[in-house]
Design a protein around this ligand. Structure first.
Ligand code: AMP
Length: 317
């Protein structure tokens, strides 16, 4: 078990786990460029979720993984990195992306799969009692393979993205039959279902298996759909100059969402709706910096303040 998890900060057991990628990112925004940024679905998720509940991480990295990235990840007291599989002879997953002037839009410049084309990272025996499982973005066949390795699971939620929708559609269809929830953005929901409209896409996704789906609509908020109805949240209002790098905002949303559910030990519809607010506020912090810089210095009181501001802003009726 990594020394990074300090149980004294929490008064209950760790039960949240994330599987996914650790990436070395290259990011171009309209005003800036960064290379060698610590990213990946599991890294962003874990940094965000750990603000609310301890989280166990399962991911692989190669021999080229910078030691300062390890130090950064280890600096989050709630992130357990015992499930980080370091492979000296392999290369870390690398991703490059460019944002347009409208930062809701980005293009992938390159994806170097590296360790992703090898065997998935093993799940440590100590993680098998995890109850809240988040399958961060990676190949859907790998996501599927993780599910049965968590026999105590109470809630399994997955994320996916355009690359997998295009290249692994049948594996993704199989995955959807096994998960409780899916978190996607509107363009991914559109690609997956053929519907541009988030409500129509959401309904179709429910028909594909999950009992709930969250469709994120960038600066226009997010929609939760489940068998009993739906719920909406706006995005937290941020000004243009506050958006430094949107990379990882989606994974941070998921981290806030799952971190809240794990902390509350709830999976009911009302909790899912509240979790949307936690995810939204967490994402609003993530986009204030490249990589995990903002998450590293986020204080609980700051999060709480923004959450209550958001609750006031979003009040209806
Ligand atoms: P997000 O902005 O929330 O969609 O997440 C972006 C992060 O996902 C980046 O840090 C990338 O390293 C990582 N990423 C990009 N493409 C993929 C992919 N195909 N599979 C898994 N992770 C990816």
């Amino acid at each position: 078990m990594g020394a990074q998890f300090s149980p004294q900060r929490y008064d209950h057991d760790v039960k949240l786990v994330v599987t996914g990628t650790i990436g070395i990112d290259t990011v171009y925004t309209p005003r800036d460029k960064r290379e060698g940024v610590l990213g990946g679905s599991a890294a962003y998720f874990a940094a965000a979720a750990s603000q609310l509940n301890p989280v166990r991480l399962v991911a692989a990295v190669g021999g080229d993984w910078p030691s300062d990235h390890r130090e950064t990840l280890s600096s989050f007291p709630g992130v357990c990195i015992a499930g980080l599989d370091a492979r000296p002879l392999s290369r870390t997953f690398a991703w490059g992306g460019r944002y347009f002037e409208d930062v809701n839009r980005r293009e992938t410049l390159f994806t170097e799969v590296g360790v992703l084309q090898e065997a998935p990272p093993p799940v440590p025996a100590a993680y098998r009692d995890s109850e809240f499982v988040f399958l961060g973005n990676t190949h859907p066949a790998v996501q599927l393979g993780f599910i049965d390795q968590f026999p105590a699971r109470k809630l399994v939620v997955a994320d996916t993205m355009d690359l997998w929708i295009r290249t692994a559609h049948s594996e993704l269809t199989a995955l959807l039959k096994r998960v409780d929830g899916l978190i996607v953005n509107d363009s991914e929901a559109g690609e997956l279902t053929g519907f541009r409209n988030a409500i129509s896409a959401g309904k179709k996704i429910l028909d594909m298996g999950p009992s709930f789906v969250v469709v994120k609509k960038g600066e226009h908020g997010a929609v939760l759909m489940h068998r009993g109805g739906m719920a909406l949240v706006p995005a937290f209002p941020v000004e243009e100059h506050q958006v430094v790098d949107p990379t990882g905002a989606g994974d941070s949303f998921a981290g806030g969402f799952m971190g809240y559910l794990a902390r509350e030990e709830r999976t009911d519809a009302a909790a899912l709706q509240s979790a949307m607010a936690y995810g939204t506020v967490m994402a609003s912090f993530a986009l204030e910096s490249f990589g995990l810089d903002r998450m590293r210095i986020l204080r609980a009181a700051e999060f709480q303040q923004r959450l209550s501001d958001f609750q006031q802003l979003a009040r209806v009726g």
